[in-house]
Design a protein around this ligand. Structure first.
Ligand code: WQD
Length: 344
């Protein structure tokens, strides 16, 4: 029986990779996206990579005036479940514009929940983030780790986790997974879809890739004096295709689940990689120089965090397979073949 899945934010970086994996597996997808941080060309690339039943609804889940439209479109799609990725995600921006982040991210989640309830489609995979852990745990961090996000973006993720836990508690027909992503990087091996951030990239890999392709002059390494092996920040980078496959595995897990409830699951590799290790790996993959300066630490950054990903293996039968070399080679193929992102 064909799975029918709503994918909010489905034209975005993670969303486009999730759509490719769903469609390649024979599912039908309804993308709901306002294209505030995504390009319509991504949808053409998804269709090129995975021809299938891909429907698109250009709407803003966070706009109350559009809720009725969205609710009726979701009902008409007759979904089995949803992956909720739509939302604002820039940590620094969330510090300067907290109200917009709370209104947008919480509002979008609540509208989707209302639509799924009306469509009686109560399987939900929520795009959460390791940022909910803050700096309160020794790595590797498992799902029992203390939560303590250090910025409004991270707090929206934890608040939405709490909202869906309350929803599942109120009605045991809801089956929900909060996927706590570590650091998604890389691109589909074809080089046809990838990360295409608006403006100056906040995140490390897209910035490195833009230096390698000549769009940026130099990388600023935020901090060389952390208590880590080489003094630079350590993170758990996970290939976006591994991440996307984790979403498909989570949907399959929910479809087979006999009981309701919400569960938190880390999606990471379990390995920590420093900024300088990432730079060196990207240099090897791209054969380009990546000039950098060691700059002061960035406010809100933590020294080190990487996942204990055992629960994903246990519950979903999923484990990250791609290496740091794969991440860099695939990210570079996307960036070099699309130097200006989807614009080009
Ligand atoms: C990684 C490392 C930086 C940029 C955040 C969010 C998380 C998710 C991913 C949305 C750190 C260093 C970075 C640069 C640098 N967001 N760095 N120079 O901060 O771990 O996670 O983005 O989905 O929820 O919390 O990712 O890529 O910004 O930083 O030295 O120009 O690279 O200090 O050590 P982060 P990041």
């Amino acid at each position: 029986m064909t799975k029918r899945i709503v994918v909010t934010g489905g034209a975005g970086y993670i969303g486009s990779h999730v759509c490719v994996e769903l469609l390649a597996g024979g599912a039908a997808a309804l993308v709901i996206d306002n294209f505030s941080n995504a390009h319509p060309e991504a949808l053409n690339r998804i269709r090129e990579l995975a021809p299938g039943d891909l429907e698109v609804l250009e709407r803003d889940l966070a706009d109350p005036a559009q809720s009725e439209d969205i609710i009726s479109a979701v009902r008409d799609f007759n979904p089995d479940g949803a992956v909720h990725l739509a939302g604002l995600k820039a940590v620094g921006e969330s510090v300067t514009e907290p109200a917009r982040y709370y209104r947008t991210n919480l509002g979008a989640a609540l509208t989707l929940i209302e639509a799924l309830d009306a469509a009686d489609a109560k399987n939900l995979v929520f795009s959460s983030s390791a940022t909910v852990y803050g700096d309160r745990n020794e790595s590797p961090v498992d799902e029992s780790g203390l939560t303590g996000p250090t910025n409004p973006y991270g707090r929206t993720k934890l608040f939405i986790e709490d909202i869906v836990r309350d929803i599942a508690h109120s009605d045991n027909r809801w089956r929900i997974v909060n996927l706590r992503y570590f650091n998604p990087v890389g691109a589909h091996a074809s080089g046809r879809i990838g990360e295409d951030p608006n403006d100056i990239p906040n995140n490390l890999f897209p910035f490195i890739a833009q230096v390698a392709v000549g769009r940026r002059d130099k990388l600023q390494v935020f901090g060389g004096d952390y208590p880590t092996p080489d003094g630079t920040g350590v993170r758990d980078y996970i290939h976006v295709t591994d991440l996307a496959r984790g979403h498909v595995a989570a949907l399959d897990y929910l479809a087979a689940k006999k009981t309701g409830g919400a569960v938190d699951i880390n999606l990471g590799t379990g390995k920590g990689v420093s900024v300088l290790e990432a730079v060196a790996a990207f240099k090897r993959a791209s054969n380009r120089d990546i000039p950098y300066d060691i700059a002061p630490r960035r406010d809100g950054d933590i020294a080190e965090i990487y996942a204990n990903a055992d629960l994903a293996q246990k519950l979903l039968g999923w484990r990250a397979e791609k290496t740091l070399e794969d991440m860099c080679a695939d990210h570079w193929r996307w960036q070099s073949q699309n130097p200006e992102g989807y614009q080009s």
